[in-house]
Design a protein around this ligand. Structure first.
Ligand code: C2E
Ligand code: MG
Ligand code: MG
Ligand code: MG
Length: 280
């Protein structure tokens, strides 16, 4: 399919790693087994509302150390899964686990949590994707209006009718769509304005460029203004330091995520931390 071929071509241009193709078949088999045995781990990183400091949601992030390649990063695992026709099964496995864990986490923090889950650009171009999400929500009991699916703007580069149809269907069912790594890729502002979307997640590199002495880069303020103009809330990603936290607050971002507020951790650790903070 032309759109998927284009997605692959665009993706090939970035994030190239030193994975040799010879390592893929054993890895793919191991991944298949891990999905079947449900031994893929998921960690959760808080997303905070800057004005209140409250945790309003968590992003689910794949964690898995295969015996054949224990050094692989999550984005590399995702890419190999895409190249070996395993991405649908992998993303579904993460979504399912995340919905179940989120039910537990929400109970522990008592307040409402949104769950953010990443979707591969290939997956969102599959005809049955919206139905798969529906099935998983029904099976787990996680509410559709508390699910945010994160797609990268890479998939926008292609002529993506199926993806847009999926996104429309998902949004009709109350699921929100976030554009992940916004500003790092290929989307034109034209396409962005047309796209049915609910949130922007600003690529972490914009925030990384804030230093204690530099002050907020003007580009960062421009992106915040773009969010306001499009009436889309923007989440600043990659906030690691107090000066970056101060900068994203002063620019007027509504939400932020990064090591400054919390690192990705297993659901159990998240729940334990929530319990400790209520006791305080
Ligand atoms: P992403 O969706 O943009 O996720 C944010 C990444 O930034 C995560 O990396 C997170 O651990 C990292 N991060 C968060 N805060 C900070 C910070 O303050 N400083 C720095 N330096 N990094 C921070 P991670 O977990 O390695 O995931 C990398 C990418 O892999 C994700 O980027 C996402 O694109 C992809 N990914 C992860 N899990 C899944 C999944 O289940 N399905 C799919 N399709 N992709 C996934
Ligand atoms: Mg993400
Ligand atoms: Mg991101
Ligand atoms: Mg990323």
């Amino acid at each position: 399919r032309a759109d998927i071929a284009l997605y692959r071509a665009k993706r090939a241009g970035r994030n190239r790693t030193k994975i040799e193709s010879g390592a893929w078949p054993p890895f793919a088999a191991e991944l298949r087994d891990a999905i079947d045995d449900d031994t893929i781990n998921v960690h959760y990183q808080p997303i905070v509302e800057l004005a209140s400091g409250n945790i309003v949601g968590v992003e689910a992030l794949l964690r898995w150390a295969p015996a054949t390649r224990p050094d692989l990063r999550p984005d590399e695992i995702v890419r190999i899964a895409e190249d070996n026709d395993l991405i649908a099964a992998l993303d579904q496995s993460v979504l399912r686990r995340a919905c179940l864990d989120a039910l537990e986490m929400q109970r522990s923090v008592i307040t409402r949590l949104d769950l953010n889950v990443n979707v591969s650009g290939l997956e969102i171009n599959e005809k049955n994707y919206a139905d798969m999400v529906d099935d998983t929500l029904r099976a787990t009991g996680w509410p559709s209006d508390q699910l945010i699916l994160e797609v990268t703007e890479t998939f926008l580069a292609a002529d993506t009718e199926t993806a847009i149809a999926n996104i429309r269907t998902l949004r009709e069912r109350g699921i929100r769509i976030a554009i992940d790594d916004f500003g790092s890729g290929y989307s034109s502002l034209n396409r962005l304005a047309e796209l049915p979307t609910d949130l922007l997640k600003l690529d972490a590199n914009f925030v990384f460029s804030i230093t204690p002495t530099s002050g907020p880069p003007r580009l960062l303020a421009a992106v915040a203004a773009l969010g306001v103009a499009l009436e889309l809330p923007v989440i600043a990603e990659g906030v690691e330091t107090a000066s970056q936290d101060a900068a994203v607050k002063s620019i007027g971002f509504r939400f932020a995520q990064g090591y400054f507020y919390g690192r990705p951790e297993p659901a159990g650790a998240f729940i334990a931390a929530a319990a400790a903070s209520t006791r305080r």
